[in-house]
Design a binder for this molecule. Sequence first.
Ligand SMILES: NC(=O)c1ccc[n+]([C@@H]2O[C@H](COP(=O)([O-])OP(=O)(O)OC[C@H]3O[C@@H](n4cnc5c(N)ncnc54)[C@H](O)[C@@H]3O)[C@@H](O)[C@H]2O)c1
Length: 437
Amino acid sequence: MKKQESRRDFLKQVALLTGSTVLASQLSWLRGYAANPSEKIFRGDKIRIGMIGIGSRGYLLFLHLKDIPQAEIAAVCDIYPPHLERAIRMSDNKAKGFRDHRKMLDEMKDLDAVVIATPLHTHATITIDALQAGKQVFCEKSMAILPEDALKMVRTALETGNLLQIGHQRMFNPKYLHAFELLRAGQIGTVTQIRAYWHRNSSWRRSVPKGNVADFADPKMYPDMEHFINWRLYRDYSRGLMTELASHQMQVANYILGSYPVKIMGSGSINYWKDGREVFDNVNLVYTYPDGTQTIYDSLTSNKHYGLEEQIMGPKGTMELEAGLMWTETPPPAPGILQLINNIEHGLFDDLPLGGASWVPDTPVKDNGIPILNEKLEDDGTRLEMEGFVHAVQTGEKYRDLLKQGYYATIVALLGDEAMMTGKVITMPEELILKNF
Ligand SMILES: NC(=O)c1ccc[n+]([C@@H]2O[C@H](COP(=O)([O-])OP(=O)(O)OC[C@H]3O[C@@H](n4cnc5c(N)ncnc54)[C@H](O)[C@@H]3O)[C@@H](O)[C@H]2O)c1
């Protein structure tokens, strides 16, 4: 019932968005939904899906897919037996289990699509194998651990003509979509700066079960169970905060600024969790776009006071997308005493020949802001993202615009890591720019 409502809410939002906007004409998946939702969505046969990697994220994707009437999870694949067995049970013992994705692709020729939620370093190989086997592919973000692998994934999608959708669920979140629309309509004027951050206060470390890694995975790939389970913390498998968190927010920033950064500077270190991890536990970056606009990004794992946010600023206002709030630059007058201080300071100094007071405080806005969307959403976009994927497989949509988002989000996350690792200012390499896309 709740799912039905979420779909209705979503379609209501889509209708609202598409009434007068350019957004729908720019996002292929949104156009698909908007065309004639009641007829177009969920028509036809069930699509048969193979899920690869059913750990933490894969489990959630599985639950959503299981609940979508036009999807059938026909096969599951995981190298870790406890996760594989759990997935088979979740399918009411209907899905066929595999421990090797190539075997699954070989034996299950009738699969329409695969959903990949394995660790980052495996994404490129599995995605390329699946695309070449003729499957439509959903792969979790980030795309790959190396920029050239992400490029190969895009090329393979284009060569095979198959769908490759990357897991950036904010592109399916009505709150974000509505904000994008308001931004395009000039609600806060030209966007002149984006600040984005993701702060946590936890080690990010998972407890490691007993066992011999050779029983689960290629021991040449993982020296021990610690590396297998805590892959996010080691550079052979992940780029840590950049590929796991920043890529989501950089995708949003890129989309809003309608481009990708041309210059990237950064500094990162392990300043708190000195526990043998290889990835930074705090990162700080400046991304510069072609017109000079910047996205300032930081992420850390030793304080969660500020949580996560994307703050979009322009001369007429500010938006906070995670909070779903916006402010205008001409708010109601500040209360009594602040107003008085400001008046006195301006009165005293504005007349001076030096040109006014330089130290008059710019008092921050304290009001609670206006909601971007009046409806409260329970889904962060993941459910709708899964519905969107099923819909695309059914209708043959390719969502190339979403692929472009996934690609540049990955590239800028990886180049950000490179900037921090080398201490150099990185310019976007010409060979990584998608041509005629
Ligand atoms: N979009 C989001 O908000 C979001 C949130 C969390 C994670 N993710 C992404 O999902 C992916 C998985 O993250 P997670 O937290 O679920 O990791 P996880 O470690 O919990 O799960 C990964 C699973 O993949 C399995 N696996 C590893 N190599 C495999 C292979 N070669 N073939 C088949 N199975 C294999 C592991 O055994 C495990 O069950 C990552 O790319 C991560 O960035 C996305």
